[in-house]
Design a protein around this ligand. Structure first.
Ligand code: HEM
Length: 170
C-alpha cells in the first residue's frame, strides 16, 4: 500500500513538473492552445523596447484594462468583414495570451513576451497595408471603450507603427 501511495505521489509530481516545464520552456505548445512551430524566446521578438513612463500603463488601467482592450480588439477583429477572414483560421487562445503579453511589455507593464517575432508570427498570412489600418482602427475603438486618453493611445500606436514592415506581406 505504501509503495502504491509513493508511486502515485511520484507520478503526480512528474505530471506537475512536466506541466510546469511546458509552460516555462515551450511557449509554442501551451496547454489549451494551438501549437506553432518551435522558436527561440527572446525579448527582441517584441520588435521594440518598452515605454518607460509609468503613466502610460496606468492610463490603460493596468493588466485588467489591457485584457479588456485585447478582448474587445479580438472580438471586433474576428467579426470584421475586412480582416475577419485573416483571423478566423487561427484559434483565439494563443493570440489572446501573446497579445496581452506583447502589449503589456510594450506599454511598460513589466510583462515578459514569450511569443514569436512579428515577421514569423505574420508570415504568409497575406496581410495588406490596408489590413494594418483596419486593425489599428479597431484597436482605437477598443481603447476608446476603455477610456484611454487620445494622447496615451497615440504613444502606444507610435510604438506599433514601425512593425507594419514586418507584419504586412509584400
Ligand atoms: C503592429 C501591428 C501588429 C502587432 C503588434 C501584432 C501582434 C501579434 C502578436 C503578438 C501575435 C502572436 C505571436 C505568436 O503567436 O507568437 C500575432 C499573431 C497574429 N496576428 Fe498580429 N499583430 C499586428 C498586426 C496584425 C494584422 C494587421 C493582422 C491581420 C489583419 C494580424 C493578424 C494576426 C493573426 C491572425 C495572428 C495569429 C497567428 C498564429 O496564431 O499563428 N496581426 N500578432
Amino acid at each position: 500500500m505504501k509503495t502504491l501511495l509513493g508511486l502515485t505521489a511520484a507520478l503526480t509530481l512528474t505530471v506537475l513538473a512536466a506541466a510546469a516545464y511546458a509552460q516555462e520552456t515551450r511557449p509554442w505548445a501551451m496547454p489549451g492552445e494551438e501549437k506553432v512551430d518551435p522558436y527561440t524566446v527572446a525579448e527582441a521578438n517584441a520588435g521594440t523596447g518598452p515605454i518607460t513612463d509609468p503613466k502610460v500603463f496606468e492610463a490603460f488601467h493596468g493588466k485588467d484594462g489591457l485584457a479588456r482592450i485585447v478582448a474587445t480588439t479580438l472580438d471586433m477583429a474576428y467579426a470584421d468583414a475586412r480582416i475577419g477572414p485573416i483571423f478566423k483560421p487561427f484559434e483565439r487562445p494563443r493570440i489572446e495570451r501573446t497579445l496581452n503579453e506583447h502589449f503589456c511589455y510594450v506599454l511598460g507593464g513589466g510583462c515578459a513576451y514569450s511569443g514569436r517575432d512579428m515577421a514569423a508570427a505574420h508570415k504568409d498570412m497575406g496581410v495588406k497595408p490596408g489590413d494594418m489600418g483596419a486593425l489599428v482602427e479597431i484597436l482605437q475603438k477598443a481603447m476608446d471603450k476603455e477610456g484611454v486618453p487620445f494622447g496615451m493611445q497615440n504613444r502606444f500606436l507610435a510604438k506599433l507603427a514601425p512593425m507594419k514592415r514586418d507584419v504586412v506581406n509584400k
